[in-house]
Design a protein around this ligand. Structure first.
Ligand code: AMP
Ligand code: ZN
Length: 465
């Protein structure tokens, strides 16, 4: 498996720490608002990575955090707590906000056929782990207490700039943004591990700690949760490119200082989705959500297909024109798949082998999703392969693509309409012959494709479900 590693900025051969088992960590959402479709592009790329690795035979365990505390509106430890901001906006408690938007996020994931990670941990449920890690960092001289907060001393980190490739002179962020806190820092890029100084008096989520009542910094949560779930090593850590600095840079610094050795070998980052006016961002309050796309008639899978047509490391511009193109192409693709004959004939093993090999090769080439789709189109066009074999191969591909290729949720085209009528006919004959098992089987097969049969005294009709 060849994968671009942000750490070395090279395509490398991916090898997990323990034989076949892949420990995968993906940064989760800050649940103060709906996820925008840009965020969801990152989760789609991570989903394909996870499923593709499973397709190759790896045993993948994926963990994800839910950030419900400790993420300030600026990534450089300043501004307002995003959760408090959400609570204020909606006149609810931070807990209500967290519950509501966590559920909304999981619903969005499900509607996009994104597999829910094996382990999901709320940041606020793991305070004891962060305290344990921070205490060790303080004891070992990597962190210091100053003016109410505990900071990580980046001058003690091993190769702090490796992931971001930044120049230390670029890191004047603190000086510009946080004059007050900055006076407490030894280096401008030192970051907070534990806050007791809060800019707002009524911070709701807070806990006792050896440094006073307060709350954790954002970065420590992913290091802490990964340590709790996977222990001393991690195989792949993912997120969007904006996570490279400071979030993942700081995760590496604190985890490696805590563990005393290298922590994660592979860092994979998805490029952003932007709209035509520029960056898509939650904090400015104007953004596109999956619910909105649904309201105006798109299926979430149209958006998934739109994303799969481009490479995860290329930034992507969203427009309704391009989404329409994706929607039409997906509709045509599904109609071709659904129209394949369902007759069970002989399985062409060599076709299965060669097409699966091509599909794997495209995935192994740094998750080349558009090439994976090309393999699917080539298969559909291939007149030397019988429909049954095509169906078997496509089922297999769809375990990674997750486009519900056998389910018709769009307009029914001419060929599919004819096929449904044939099935109704077949079922009718089966019933006349008292072969009720076959009749039920035909009814259920159509139902799997989103077609419900309706019997009445005038005969059988159908509707989409
Ligand atoms: P957040 O909820 O802001 O912590 O972001 C959740 C995930 O979405 C992170 O992995 C971010 O890197 C990613 N992300 C944020 N903005 C975008 C965007 N415009 N396009 C793609 N991914 C994004
Ligand atoms: Zn994270």
């Amino acid at each position: 498996m060849k994968l671009f590693n942000s750490l070395t900025r090279k395509i490398e051969d991916f090898k997990p720490y323990n034989d076949n088992k892949v420990m995968m960590y993906t940064c989760g959402p800050t649940v103060y608002h709906y996820a925008h479709i840009g965020n969801l592009r990152t989760y789609i790329f991570e989903d394909v990575l996870e499923k593709g690795l499973s397709y190759l035979g790896f045993d993948v365990v994926r963990a994800m955090n839910i950030t419900d505390v400790g993420h300030l509106t600026s990534d450089s430890d300043t501004g307002e707590d995003k959760m408090e901001k959400g609570a204020k906006r909606e006149g609810k408690s931070v807990y209500e906000i967290a519950d509501f938007y966590t559920k909304a996020f999981l619903d969005d994931m499900a509607s996009l056929n994104i597999k829910i990670p094996d382990i999901i941990e709320k940041a606020s449920d793991n305070i004891d782990i962060y305290i344990k890690m921070i205490q060790k960092l303080v004891d070992d001289g990597y962190a210091y207490f100053s003016n109410g907060n505990v900071y990580f001393d980046i001058s003690k980190a091993n190769n702090y700039y490796q992931l971001s490739g930044k120049n230390p002179d670029d890191l004047k962020i603190g000086v510009r943004d946080t004059v007050d806190l900055d006076l407490s820092k030894k280096n401008p890029a030192d970051f907070v591990l534990w806050f007791t100084l809060s800019k707002f008096e009524n911070q709701v989520m807070k806990w006792d700690s050896p440094w006073g009542v307060g709350y954790p910094g954002w970065h420590i949560e992913c290091s802490g949760i990964s340590y709790k779930i996977f222990g001393e090593h991690l195989d792949i850590h993912c997120g969007g490119v904006d996570n490279i600095f400071p979030h993942h840079t700081n995760e590496i610094a604190q985890s490696e200082a805590f563990l005393g050795h290298k922590w994660c070998n592979f860092w994979c980052h998805g490029a952003h989705l932007n709209d035509e006016s520029g960056k898509m961002s939650k904090s400015n309050g104007e953004f596109l959500t999956i619910s909105l796309l649904k309201e105006i008639g798109y299926s979430p899978l149209d958006y998934r297909f739109f994303c799969l047509n481009s490479h995860y490391r290329n930034s992507l511009i969203f427009s309704y024109e391009s989404l329409d193109i994706a929607r039409n192409a997906l509709k045509k693709l599904k109609n071709k798949v659904i129209s394949l004959s369902e007759e069970i004939t002989s399985l062409d093993d060599s076709a299965v082998k060669s097409y699966s090999a091509r599909f794997k090769e495209a995935f192994e080439n740094d998750i080349n999703t558009s090439l994976m789709l090309t393999v699917l189109y080539d298969l559909l066009k291939d007149s030397t392969i019988n429909d049954y074999t095509k169906r078997v191969i496509i089922q297999d591909f769809d375990s990674v693509l997750s486009l519900d290729l056998f389910h018709c949720d769009d307009e029914i085209d001419e060929n599919f309409h004819k096929l449904i009528l044939e099935k109704i006919q077949l079922r009718q004959s089966a019933r006349e012959n008292k072969d009720y098992d076959l009749a039920d089987q035909i009814r259920n097969e159509l139902l799997d494709k989103g077609i419900k049969l309706i019997d009445s005294k005038d005969g059988t009709t159908y509707e989409k479900v």
